[in-house]
Design a protein around this ligand. Structure first.
Ligand code: FMN
Length: 234
């Protein structure tokens, strides 16, 4: 065979797999079957720089006691500041509560893709800056990208927004997120269960957030109706 004809023959001998190993990887292995192993429940938790980082920490502490839930944690730089300011906690201590932690600048991490399966995401607490980014599809870091992915995949996104009072931009951004299917959950304490400590108030709120994900817990006392003597006085 002449060199010229061999050169012509070579491309015919090349399979798509030998040209690109990704093609081979994508081909189903007939012996492997198609059933994936069951996934644990996965929740992404982000702590941003609004006051109330205790909500995020409490969520992580709760999930740590639940081996069936895998927690994936993100903390913004301002969130780290508030962990110091409000709880005297360092980033590493909080990260130790989570199953997996990410750098907010790592926009190539697994949770930046819709192919990463999760039950959704909770931003606890959520600053007005992060709210604004999510409301406008501005995926400028891994927190806002992960939230964007959760929304596009129609999974549950809860933003525990915290500011007071609100300006019109805040209110409009909350409306936008709600229109996209996200849940705006300002951590506003209730008093009807007569909390005896800040921890009880936090647990009550965290429990109501967990309710949104169908996670069973005993953090929130359940309302059983008014006491009879309260009704008598009306
Ligand atoms: C002590 C402290 C408390 C803050 N509290 C709030 C707050 O309650 N709500 C808010 O939207 N921003 C608050 N901020 C400002 C945010 O941290 C700031 O806008 C930051 O850029 C948010 O960035 P992030 O969303 O990436 O965490 C606070 C900042 C500090 C230092």
């Amino acid at each position: 065979m002449s060199a010229t004809s061999a050169e012509h023959a070579t491309p015919l001998l090349l399979s798509p797999e030998s040209v690109n190993p990704l093609v081979a990887a994508a081909r189903p292995d007939p012996s492997a079957g198609t059933r994936a192993r069951p996934q644990p429940r996965r929740l992404i938790v982000a702590i941003t720089g609004a006051t109330g980082v205790a909500y995020g920490v409490r969520l992580l502490q709760f999930m740590r006691e639940m081996p069936e839930i895998e927690s994936h944690l993100l903390i913004s730089d301002a969130g780290v500041l508030n962990l110091h300011q409000e709880l005297d906690m360092r980033r590493k201590e909080v990260e130790a509560l989570a199953d997996v932690s990410y750098n907010v600048r790592d926009v190539g991490a697994s949770i930046a893709s819709g192919s990463f399966q999760s039950d959704g995401m909770i931003v606890a607490p959520c600053s007005m800056k992060t709210l604004a980014a999510v409301a406008n599809g501005l995926s400028d870091n891994l927190i806002t990208r992960a939230a964007d992915v959760v929304l596009k995949e129609r999974r549950r996104l809860t933003l525990m927004v915290r500011e007071t009072p609100f300006n019109l931009a805040h209110l409009r951004n909350m409306t936008s997120v709600t229109e996209m299917g996200g849940i705006i959950f300002p951590p506003l304490p209730g008093f009807y269960h007569r909390p005896k400590s800040i921890n009880e108030m936090i647990d009550h709120t965290v429990g109501r957030v967990l309710d949104l994900y169908g996670i069973t817990h005993t953090l929130t006392p359940r309302w059983a109706g008014m006491k009879a003597d309260s009704k008598m006085d009306t």
